[in-house]
Design a protein around this ligand. Structure first.
Ligand code: PEP
Ligand code: MN
Length: 244
């Protein structure tokens, strides 16, 4: 599948329906992917937009695990998300950029994760503030969470052209120097905002010695209820990975 040794986590921005999850899961399995991401609770800027289906998607993710042998991963932003994810067999968690910015929220999430041995991926905060990202890692380490990975999803600057969020590779290098044991993943989807920029960003991630990709993949990207323009089909993902 790939000419390059990168760990790849892929899946839809949001879980939308059982059909969408299973069709995507099958495609991911065929593309050689073993961990599927899918957002249940979506932090959306505007009120009244699609905010995720929540716990309704848990049985769909269980089916994806059972039918295709995938591990599943979702975003947690509240202690109640952590509790339900742990109870319902979610294998890995990620903390989103809008949560990493908030030390109070991170402390609450950390309490919910105290003593729990589950991989947690931490996205960079929305703004280019390294201490916020570091503080999030430290608050998790303090409660005994140690299987931590970092996700670079780009930063919101005044002008992000041509991206949705500007990649700051040097800042990520600094973060990696502070926490050299933690793998660094690139999320080219949220950096790009548009699928035609993905390939070059994946190449940039490799050039910067990233350990993995965290990438959005949907069975019907154009019909996606969130982040439609940046998602690719499993077949397109397979092609993209082959091109690396
Ligand atoms: C996501 O991964 O779908 C997401 C909401 O990402 P971010 O926190 O990077 O905006
Ligand atoms: Mn998304």
């Amino acid at each position: 599948m790939m000419g390059v040794r990168l760990d790849v986590i892929a899946g839809p921005c949001s879980a939308e329906s059982r059909q969408q999850i299973l069709e995507t899961a099958e495609g991911l399995k065929n593309a050689g992917i073993s961990v599927m991401r899918a957002g249940l609770w979506k932090p959306r800027s505007r009120c009244g937009t699609f905010e995720g289906v929540g716990v309704q998607a848990l049985p769909w993710l269980k089916d994806a695990k059972n039918l295709y042998g995938l591990k599943v991963m979702t975003e947690v932003a509240l202690p109640s998300h952590v509790e339900v994810a742990l109870k319902e067999g979610i294998d890995m968690l990620w903390i989103g950029a809008r949560t990493t910015v908030n030390p109070f929220m991170i402390s609450e999430l950390a309490e919910a994760l105290r003593g729990v041995d589950i991989p947690v991926f931490i996205k960079n905060p929305v703004n280019p503030d390294l201490p916020l990202w570091m503080g999030c890692v430290e608050r998790l380490l303090r409660v005994g969470v140690c299987r931590i990975s970092l996700i670079h999803r780009g930063f919101c600057l005044l002008d992000n052209t041509p991206y949705r969020n500007t990649p700051l590779w040097g800042l990520v290098d600094e973060m990696h120097q502070e926490f050299p044991d933690f793998p660094v993943y690139c999320d080219p989807s949220h950096i790009a905002g548009k699928r035609h920029l993905l390939l070059q960003l994946c190449r940039d991630a490799i050039a910067h010695h990233n350990d993995g990709l965290f990438i959005e993949c949907h069975c019907c990207p154009d019909k996606a209820l969130s982040d439609a323009a940046q998602q690719v089909t499993p077949a397109e993902l397979n092609k993209l990975l082959a091109a690396l």
